[in-house]
Design a protein around this ligand. Structure first.
Ligand code: S6P
Ligand code: ZN
Length: 192
């Protein structure tokens, strides 16, 4: 066994329930409501009104006990509810990993997409159950529910990479995903 500055956790089996959308044993769970998403939708007034009203849950993130620590590979299931705010699909906050490392998502149920931005280019990956979306190092990423059912995916990511949410607030994501006339995703320039 090599010497580590912070000793890794012990090997463990984690039960992935793709119907209940749970990991067992479970680690921390996070709930993001409309009130947590200030300044992220194009129509901030509509977002603020929804936050002041019913303040719906937009997404949850449930994790396994594998810690966000250097060299570990934590996992989480994100479930985004279906919905739009002034036509813009409900989505995660989005972040950049300050210590640039890759990450994978496996779509479990529903229909969605990954919007990625490297500061210049935007990339959009359609995510259907069974799709593995690869997020290379250096690409900020945001998940979007483009369907009419909850969209859920499993994420596996480097535990020491960190999460920078301000980067997305500062730089945007290049594009935004709106519901098009036929119901599918229509990408429009971020600042349009
Ligand atoms: C972690 C990974 C996901 C997201 C989750 C919520 O690196 O990308 O688990 O944390 O989908 O998104 P966000 O942008 O609110 O962290
Ligand atoms: Zn990430």
């Amino acid at each position: 066994m090599p010497e580590f500055h912070t000793p890794p956790i012990m090997p463990m089996a984690i039960r992935f329930d793709h119907e209940q959308l749970t990991l067992a044993p479970a680690g921390p769970t996070l709930t993001r409501r409309m009130s947590d998403l200030e300044g992220l939708f194009r129509d901030e007034a509509a977002r603020a009104a929804a936050a002041a009203g019913e303040n719906p849950v937009v997404y949850t993130v449930t994790s396994s006990p594998v810690p966000e620590a250097n060299r570990e590979l934590p996992q989480s299931i994100t479930t985004i509810m279906p919905g739009t705010t002034s036509g813009e699909f409900w989505m995660t906050k989005g972040h950049q990993h300050p210590d640039h490392q890759g990450e994978i998502y496996l779509a479990i149920t529903g229909r969605g997409g990954i919007l990625m931005f490297d500061g210049e280019q935007t990339s959009w990956l359609e995510m259907l159950p069974g799709t593995i979306g690869y997020i290379p190092p250096g690409w900020a990423h945001r998940s979007v529910n483009t369907g009419t059912e909850p969209y859920a995916f499993l994420a596996v990511y480097p535990g020491g990479a960190g999460h920078d949410y301000d980067w997305v607030v500062e730089h945007g994501m290049g594009k935004r995903a709106f519901r098009g006339p036929d119901g599918s995703a229509l990408l429009r320039p971020f600042a349009e």
